[in-house]
Design a protein around this ligand. Sequence first.
Ligand code: HEC
Length: 120
Amino acid sequence: MKMIITQLSVAFLMFNAGQILGAQRNIELPEETSILKQSSHPGHQLALQRCSICHSVDYINLQPPEMSLKQWIAEVGKMKSAYGASINDDEIKLIGEYLFLTYGLKLENKSEASEIGSTK
Ligand code: HEC
């Protein structure tokens, strides 16, 4: 009896291993959700370093595109004040600007974009 159980578990293990190792399946990942959008804004590099420590960047993608510059900066600030992310005020501003420019720039927000750079 013991022998049969052992054989069964070996067969079971091999079946699982086959599923894991042998599976040459193509998994279609949702597009662009787990990487931060490219930008030459300095906040991009900072966001790469600071924003994927605790969670995936999907949270960023899920934010409404209507978000204003102020709201983005507040959102980044919240990561510090509410969740303890280690980012200083300059970084919060830069990351907020980067996120606004790449994720939040809807037509109605365009005038705010011109503030970026002049307020440095
Ligand atoms: C110290 C950990 C930590 C770091 C670092 C961090 N976050 Fe978060 N973030 C959280 C937690 C915790 C939540 C809430 C998760 C939940 O509700 O499931 C969250 C949620 C979010 C959300 C979803 C909306 C919300 O307010 O809940 C966004 C957007 C977000 N983070 C953006 C960022 C950005 C941008 C950065 C980089 C500046 C960042 N996070 C860095 C911990 C962190």
